[in-house]
Design a protein around this ligand. Structure first.
Ligand code: 5GP
Ligand code: ZN
Length: 142
């Protein structure tokens, strides 16, 4: 646990949170400042800042909880869809440095955008650039 981490404190019951699901490795609770009714956060029990810091088994537990909860959350608030995403690092907008996946219920005509709108302007990449990037990722992912 990280003493000054708000999500560690929710996981440990030190501060109140509207917990909607928990298992050995993952906990889910309502976002305190929701983007939509039912906006839910899924966190690993242990403190890690980003997905890259998270051990594989805890990452699997977080994904399993997201997989379980996305349809449940949608149904609970009668949503048409959901956006499921991580702000993975400060430059991506992560404010709480305890990795968390957002399940944000979405409604036809809610005025929000797709995930494609979160990055800045699109880069102009040649086929060669794309090949090189794909090679770098593929060899690092082995
Ligand atoms: P981030 O920008 O780090 O991806 O998102 C952090 C989220 O945590 C925000 O949506 C914010 O509303 C939520 N949040 C911040 N503090 C608290 C808190 O004390 N309790 C709960 N339940 N959510 C919080
Ligand atoms: Zn934490």
């Amino acid at each position: 646990m990280s003493e000054d981490c708000i999500f560690c404190q929710i996981v440990d019951g030190e501060i109140p949170g509207r917990i909607v699901y928990e298992d050995d490795d993952a906990v889910a609770f309502l976002d305190a400042n929701p983007m939509a009714p039912g906006h839910t956060l899924v966190v690993p029990r242990t403190h890690h800042e980003t997905l890259g810091d998270l051990p594989a088994d805890e990452g699997e537990a977080v994904f399993a909880a997201l997989h379980r909860l996305a349809p449940v959350v949608e149904a609970a608030v009668d949503a048409d869809a959901s956006t499921v995403a991580f702000n993975n690092g400060e430059a991506a907008g992560q404010e709480v440095p305890h990795v968390h996946g957002h399940v944000i219920p979405r409604f036809e005509g809610d005025g929000g955008g797709p995930i494609h709108t979160v990055a800045g302007s699109r880069p102009d990449l040649s086929d060669e650039d794309l090949d090189a990037i794909a090679d770098d990722i593929a060899s690092a992912a082995e």
